[in-house]
Design a binder for this molecule. Structure first.
Ligand SMILES: C=C1C[C@]23C[C@H]1CC[C@H]2[C@]1(C)CCC[C@@](C)(C(=O)O)[C@H]1[C@@H]3C(=O)O
Ligand SMILES: O=C(O)CCC(=O)C(=O)O
Ligand SMILES: [Fe+2]
Length: 402
């Protein structure tokens, strides 16, 4: 789990090693070349990862990327989830809004997942976001590592999270950065300029706009979620207004043995509400009615899922969605995930009238900063983050009372 600073420095020097390996520049190669530096693991894996994948006899997926058989259950069915048309709500049509509220309520009580269309985000902006993402991920490793994530920090570039974990590595590269309103200071633009230089100014401008658009959609959905729970319509919208959200670009290289690895393993997002756009390749799967089901990509739709923090804010009524991303043999896949989060020090607790109606609080009061810390230092987010976090919080509180 938590890896040291040394691992991050090793990761960097490793990329230099990678550059001398005569293979395609796909990052899976980079990921593989990082592995020898996971020194304590060398014993466990024999010499399989001392060689680039084409030299391995047993499998072309290094052992550190192989997930347990129990997790690797294949999805055969498609998820037929309501597509929620937000057009009427944005036009102020009350009948259409009532219909949308009922659809959202049913989806959230059930598994915390739906998709929205007519969401108001300009398709040209989405296209630009993919274009800039492609430019970034095809850079040489040494350039990408200029923006590398530092230990304990959510922001930056990460290759397979190999600096954080040593097993069940995800077959992906990610670029993450924070987004919050800070007056006239464009935080996203600044992130790109300060980490990657002025050549990335335009990338910063595009992602600044993309995050603003995602926040608008997320806050509109917060209004609908509040109505659907019978609380003040602006309750959650106000709660998240000054939030500190996270944007992540996911790049999944093709994988020679997709049946052994995951792009992103099974998990519920610890965050509040995720607004995701996936490209046309497909790979997102949701656990529904006891089965993994794939979500067919729709270019005009944004995928929305409830995260652990909103589950707590709804007093456990709305389900945090269990999902994962699979990889495939032939084609790289990309997704853009915006994770709506509250301001880090804000108390996460459901509105009082909800607790009164339920007669009890489902979770202890916490801050987003507590949960974020838990996922970055103590626990790798999975399908049981929220119950484990609750236990951890209660035990650390009672220990501090001693
Ligand atoms: C707060 C977060 C932690 C993760 C990024 C955001 C929201 C989703 C989380 C994550 C994607 C869940 C699966 C495991 C994880 C480690 C990953 O594969 O990236 C998680 C993210 C993280 O801790 O970086
Ligand atoms: O790439 C995807 O479709 C899902 C990614 C995801 O679940 C995440 O980043 O939290
Ligand atoms: Fe997720």
């Amino acid at each position: 789990m938590g890896r040291s600073k040394i691992a991050a420095i090793d990761l960097f020097s490793c990329s230099v090693l990678y550059l001398s390996i005569p293979m395609d520049s796909s990052v899976s190669t980079l990921l593989v070349s990082q592995l020898p530096l996971e020194r304590e693991d060398q014993k466990d894996h024999g010499d399989s990862f001392l060689h680039p994948p084409f030299m391995q006899k047993e499998s072309s997926v290094p052992k550190n990327f192989i997930w347990p058989k129990g997790d690797l259950v294949v999805a055969h069915d498609e998820l037929r989830e309501p597509i929620v048309d937000l057009g009427g709500f944005f036009r102020g049509d009350l009948v259409a809004t009532q219909h949308v509220v009922l659809l959202i309520r049913a989806a959230c009580l059930n598994r915390g997942f739906f998709q929205v269309t007519n969401h108001g985000v300009d398709p040209r902006l989405v296209k630009m976001a993919y274009h800039h993402m492609d430019n970034f991920f095809k850079l040489p490793a040494s350039m990408k590592l200029r923006a590398k994530r530092t230990p304990g920090n959510m922001w930056g570039y990460s290759g397979a999270h190999a600096d954080r974990f040593s097993s069940k590595l995800p077959w992906k590269e990610t670029l993450s950065f924070g987004f919050h309103d800070s007056g006239s200071k464009p935080v996203v633009e600044d992130f790109f300029k300060s980490n990657l230089g002025m050549d990335f100014e335009q990338t910063g401008v595009v992602y600044q706009k993309y995050c603003e658009a995602m926040k608008d959609v997320a806050l509109a959905i917060m209004e609908l979620l509040a109505i659907s729970l019978g609380v003040h319509p602006l309750h959650y919208k106000h709660f998240f207004q000054d939030g500190s959200s996270i944007m992540r670009c996911n790049y999944y290289p093709p994988c020679k043995e997709p049946g052994l690895a995951f792009g992103t393993g099974p998990h519920c997002d610890p965050t509040s509400l995720t607004i995701l756009h996936q490209d046309q390749v497909g790979g997102l799967e949701v656990f529904a009615n006891n089965k993994w089901r794939n979500v067919r990509p729709r270019p005009d739709a944004l995928v929305v899922n409830i995260g652990d923090t909103f589950m707590a804010l709804s007093n456990g009524r709305y389900k945090s969605c269990l999902h994962r991303a699979v990889v495939n043999r032939y084609k790289e896949r990309r997704s853009l995930a915006f994770f709506l989060c509250p301001r880090e020090d804000k108390l996460v607790r459901p509105p009082e009238d909800l607790v009164c109606r339920d007669g009890t609080s489902a979770y202890p009061v916490f801050t987003w900063s507590d949960l974020l810390y838990f996922t970055q230092y103590h626990y790798r987010a999975d399908d049981a983050t929220l119950p484990n976090f609750t236990k951890w919080l209660l035990s650390s509180k009672s220990a501090s009372d001693l």
